[in-house]
Design a protein around this ligand. Structure first.
Ligand SMILES: [Zn+2]
Length: 301
């Protein structure tokens, strides 16, 4: 509305000034290029008693509360970065319907615990979670988001004795991997796919965020078996601004050559929840943390 200040004299002599309704004065308005998304790590639900500080059976309630909160926010999407369940295929039947209450696009990353299900169900896990494939990418405004599968070569995502399992055994041995057996690696064809995505993103002048369940930097016991190979690829492309993961429930952070490496704290850990909302601007990646997750403002280089 555009009417100027209006002065009206009311019958008992007071002058009432009605301010004009200029609607462009809201300083909290986001710029057109800015947007936010929700992020959750390691919900790790199962109907099992707590083990140490891992409160598996509380995660359905924590997720429900988180989803209710995220639904009140203006978010382009929400992503869960792996270990949606702790064990048992039936655990998905508890948490998938809760996650599906999100009123925005929702994404998943595969974690190692998502494969703690009977052998004949393993190949179906990504479908059960509603994922288009085990690794994929999507775009919002001038940002490209790449979802990696760090269980590509692993002991847990394949069945003992199978070709994939033998491949993992051979890979682990011949590459003299020090990282524990419960981590995994990104395989050759997925690496080539990642390179082609980053080539295209560079051509299209997009900024890129990678998601994976496993960290790659700083050096940590939770890192991908081939973390160094991933970091080398990442550092070849200026378009990559951040790598975001779960798996290490304590959370972590590192910065190297223009890339922020962010480990989100695990929701399953302790009785208190943990999740975040990430806002992307032209200059910053801002994390608003809830529960045990902290706030961060990371400058984009
Ligand atoms: Zn994990």
């Amino acid at each position: 509305m555009n009417f100027k200040k209006q002065v009206s004299v009311i019958h008992f002599g007071l002058i009432l000034i009605i301010s004009s309704c200029t609607s462009k004065s809201n300083n909290s308005t986001q710029l057109a290029s800015e947007f936010s998304f929700g992020i959750i790590a390691d919900c790790q639900f199962s109907d099992y008693p707590a083990n140490g500080t891992r409160e598996y059976a509380m995660s359905d309630d924590k997720l429900e509360e988180c989803v209710t909160h995220l639904n009140t926010m203006d978010l382009e999407y929400t992503i869960h970065v792996g270990d949606f369940i702790d064990r048992n295929y039936e655990s998905f039947d508890v948490v998938v319907p809760i996650y599906n209450k999100l009123k925005m696009p929702k994404y998943h990353v595969l974690g190692n615990h998502d494969f703690v299900v009977p052998g004949d169900k393993r190949s179906n896990v990504y479908k059960k979670m509603g994922m288009p494939s085990r690794y994929y990418e999507f775009k919002i405004k001038d940002w490209r988001f790449v979802v990696l599968d760090g269980n590509d070569i692993s002991f847990h995502a394949s069945n003992e004795g199978s070709k994939d399992y033998q491949f993992a055994e051979n890979y682990y041995k011949t590459n003299k991997i020090n990282s524990p057996k419960w981590n995994g690696a990104v395989g050759e064809s997925q690496k080539n796919w990642l390179i082609s995505v980053l080539e295209n993103a560079t051509k299209n002048q997009e900024k890129v965020i990678l998601f994976c369940h496993f960290p790659v930097f700083p050096e940590n016991v939770h890192n991908l078996w081939n973390a160094d190979e991933l970091v080398e690829i990442i550092e070849n492309y200026d378009c990559v601004k951040a790598y975001i993961n779960g798996h290490n429930h304590e959370g972590n952070f590192g910065y190297k050559k223009g890339v922020h490496y962010l480990t989100m704290k695990g929701m399953v850990e302790t009785k208190e929840t943990a999740y975040g909302i990430i806002t992307l601007t032209d200059k910053y990646i801002q994390i608003a943390g809830y529960g045990r997750e902290g706030n961060k403002k990371l400058q984009i280089k």
